[in-house]
Design a protein around this ligand. Sequence first.
Ligand code: A2P
Length: 346
Amino acid sequence: MRWVETWMTEPSRRAPVFAIVGATGAVGVELLHCLEQRSQPLAELRLFASARSAGRQLPFRGEQLTVRELGADSFQGVDVALFSAGSATSKRFAPLAVQAGATVIDNSSAFRMDPQVPLVVPEINRAALRTHRGIIANPNCCAIISITPLWPVHQVNRIARLQLATYQAASGGGAAAMQELLESTRAYLDGREYRPQVLPHPYAFNLFSHNTRIDPVTGYNEEETKVINETRKIFGDDTIRVSATCVRVPVLRAHSVAITFECERPITPAEVRSLLQSAPGVELVDDAERNYFPMPQDASGRDPILVGRIRQDLSDPSGRSICLFVAGDQLLKGAALNALQIAEAL
Ligand code: A2P
């Protein structure tokens, strides 16, 4: 039974108090929308952001809620605190929220690789929630979007090796990066000069290697390293070999990923299609006749991860490797939706 129904059918339990930290951000706003759509019974919803946004009003279920500045005393009486305000804010305030009695679902990378913190995609490792000690980490958006469709395959024919090439939208950089894409595109079309303010390179009609620090030893950037490490933790499989190339593309809000995986035994595209046909959180978009495959535009604003272009990897004559292409809404399944599914699974 889903969490929301549990609250409704157990009369002895009161409706919970939720808080959103980072309510004015790209993910925060989606958390509000998702909560609104899922009609969870809430005793109260508290919205927090930085001092810059204190006093701002955001609509929720026909009312205007006032955003408050986040402080050490913000969590008294809060049952579930959804954090999406960056790692520094999570590191400082999540422990205070737990001390005050809240369960934290954190969208930042602050605690993801902490062995005591479950890192959860409910379709994959919901059972890990049982071990939580107050903080649950929401995985990296590209990790969620890439591996949710692979889990049904991994369960029947272990994936030994995984290679990813991402096409990541502006939304992963927050509301300011989305704004930069819009404004720089407008400037480009008007023939005006535009100096990038949020991202390191010109974004309109361009793409560039993900804007995170490169590890001088491995040569991988932080985003790629997150995807590699988080895949292993979520799958509970330290030996899966993963490589990733993460690239920022001028798309507003849905990430796409080209994936090649190698199983332990031979596997066919038809088997993969049949495994994914009824997989939770996944929708097949694989129409070779119309050349219609997953596109970020079709994934935007929708819950499922779109999967298509499922084909044998011709470079592996053993028949154990498959190529496919996925697109998923970074703000929904890649962030807000997954966080709320965790809350429901609790
Ligand atoms: P604010 O809008 O007041 O800056 P995004 O990921 O779209 O960039 O959004 C980040 C979110 O995190 C925003 O809601 C932002 O609030 C919030 N935020 C950033 N820094 C802090 C902070 N120090 N304390 C609380 N909220 C913060």
